[in-house]
Write a protein that binds this ligand. Structure first.
Ligand SMILES: O=P(O)(O)OC[C@H]1O[C@H](O[C@H]2O[C@H](CO)[C@@H](O)[C@H](O)[C@H]2O)[C@H](O)[C@@H](O)[C@@H]1O
Length: 365
C-alpha cells in the first residue's frame, strides 16, 4: 500500500467530513468501473430540486416541507410494511456494497483506490449529542489498519476547510497545513449568525446550535417534533437578514452556510487534484457518506464515470450513490474486507514477481 491518507480524529470536534484514504496500488489488472444506473426519486424522500425550492428562504419557503423532509431523512420508526417493500425494490438499484464486494474489487483492479469517508453516520453512529459522536475503538482500529496513517487529509465544514500534510513533514505526526478555505471571508458572518441563533433558539428545549467554523448547524434531534416548525421558523427569521448565507438540510439538522459554489463534490475534486489524480484514468475514488450533502460528491463520481458512491442508509433515499450500506458497522465490515483483499492481492502480486524472477534466473543466458 502506498499513498495512504486518512482523517482519524480523536474527537469529532469541528469535523464533518473525513477524507481521504488511498489503498491498493497493485497495477496488475485494469477493468472499467461498472455502476448500476441511477434511480429516479420514487421513494419517500423529496427530490433535490423540490428540496432546494423548499429551502429557498428568500422565496417564501414552506417550512412544513422542510420539516417533513427532515423527518423523512432520519425517521424514528422505519418498520412499516410499505417501507420494507420500498426498501426491497430500492436495494435492487443500490445493492449492498458488502454483497457486491467482488464486483467492486474487480472494477478497481489495476487502479489506485482513493477512499473518501464522511464522519457522522458513516464512521460514527448517529447520536443525540453531536459532541459525543465518536468512532468506536473497533472502527478506529479498522481505519488505522486501512491506512497506517502515513499521511493525513481532512475536510470540515462541508469541504470548506481542507487541511493536509505539511510539505516535508511526511513522518511528523499531526503536522497539517491549510490547503483550501474558499469561504474564509464569511468567517465573521458565520460567527455572528451562530451567536444570534444561540440566543434565538434558547427558548426551544433541546435545540442545539453547533459552530462548524464555516457553517452553523441547528440540531432538531432532541427537540419535541411538535416544536420543529417553530424552530425552523426561528432559523428562517434569522437567515432573512443574511442573503449571503443559505440553508441546507440534513438528518434532523438545518445547516446555514455561505452561498459560494462549494460543496463536498467540489472538495472531492480539489482533493483528487491535490493528490495528483486529476486526469488519471487509473484512479478509483470511492466515497462513503450518509447525508444529503454527500450527494454532491456521489454526483461528481457518477458524472466523471469514475469509482462510485456508497450511501449509508437503512431506508430508501433518492441518491446518486451506486451502492448502499446500512450503518457504520457495515462500513467497518466493508473497510475490513478491503484491507484483507488488498493484503491478499499484494501478496499474490509479490509471489508472482518472485516466480517471474525465478523463471528469469533459470533461463540460460
Ligand atoms: O453532511 P455531514 O457532513 O454529515 O454533516 C451533517 C451534520 O452532521 C452532524 O450531525 C449529525 O450527527 C449528529 C451526531 O451523531 C446527530 O446528533 C445529528 O442529528 C446529525 O444530523 C453534525 O453534528 C452537524 O454539524 C452536521 O451538520
Amino acid at each position: 500500500m502506498t499513498n495512504q491518507n486518512v482523517m482519524v480524529p480523536e474527537t469529532k470536534s469541528g469535523i464533518n467530513m473525513a477524507i481521504t484514504v488511498a489503498v491498493s496500488n497493485s497495477s496488475m489488472f485494469t477493468t472499467a468501473a461498472q455502476k448500476p444506473p441511477a434511480v429516479p426519486g420514487s421513494y419517500i424522500t423529496i427530490s433535490k430540486k423540490k428540496l432546494l425550492q423548499n429551502l429557498d428562504i428568500n422565496g417564501g419557503a414552506r417550512i412544513n416541507a422542510w420539516v417533513d423532509s427532515m423527518r423523512a431523512s432520519s425517521p424514528t420508526h422505519i418498520k412499516s410494511p410499505a417501507l420494507s417493500e420500498d426498501l426491497n425494490s430500492w436495494i435492487v438499484h443500490h445493492p449492498s456494497a458488502l454483497d457486491m464486494f467482488e464486483q467492486i474489487t474487480n472494477a478497481s483492479k489495476g487502479k489506485q483506490i482513493v477512499m473518501f469517508l464522511d464522519y457522522d453516520g458513516t464512521l460514527s453512529p448517529i447520536v443525540d449529542d453531536p459532541d459525543r459522536a465518536f468512532m468506536s475503538d473497533a472502527m478506529r482500529a479498522t481505519v488505522y489498519s486501512f491506512v497506517r496513517l502515513a499521511e493525513l487529509y481532512y475536510a470540515g465544514s462541508h469541504g470548506m476547510d481542507i487541511k493536509g500534510p505539511s510539505k516535508g513533514s511526511k513522518y511528523k505526526k499531526g503536522a497539517q497545513s491549510l490547503l483550501c478555505q474558499p469561504a474564509s471571508e464569511f468567517l465573521p458572518m458565520v460567527d455572528e449568525v451562530y451567536k444570534t441563533l444561540l440566543e434565538v433558539t434558547k427558548s426551544t428545549p433541546g435545540a442545539k446550535v453547533e459552530n462548524n467554523k464555516f457553517c452553523v448547524s441547528v440540531h432538531f434531534r432532541c427537540v419535541d417534533e411538535k416544536k420543529w416548525v417553530e424552530l425552523a421558523q426561528q432559523v428562517r427569521t434569522v437567515l432573512k437578514e443574511y442573503p449571503k448565507l443559505r440553508l441546507t438540510q440534513g438528518r434532523k439538522v438545518l445547516e446555514i452556510r455561505p452561498t459560494i459554489k462549494w460543496d463536498k463534490g467540489k472538495a472531492l475534486e480539489f482533493l483528487l487534484e491535490s493528490l495528483g489524480y486529476a486526469n488519471c484514468t487509473d484512479v478509483f475514488p470511492v466515497y462513503i457518506g450518509d447525508d444529503r450533502t454527500d450527494e454532491d460528491a456521489f454526483k461528481v463520481l457518477r458524472d466523471r464515470g469514475q469509482g462510485f458512491g456508497i450511501l449509508v442508509s437503512k431506508i430508501p433515499k433518492d441518491t446518486n450513490a451506486s451502492y448502499s450500506l446500512q450503518e457504520p458497522s457495515e462500513v467497518m465490515a466493508f473497510l475490513r474486507r478491503l484491507v484483507d483483499w488488498n493484503r491478499m492481492s499484494l501478496r499474490r502480486h509479490f509471489r508472482m514477481r518472485r516466480r517471474l524472477e525465478e523463471i528469469k534466473m533459470s533461463l540460460p543466458n
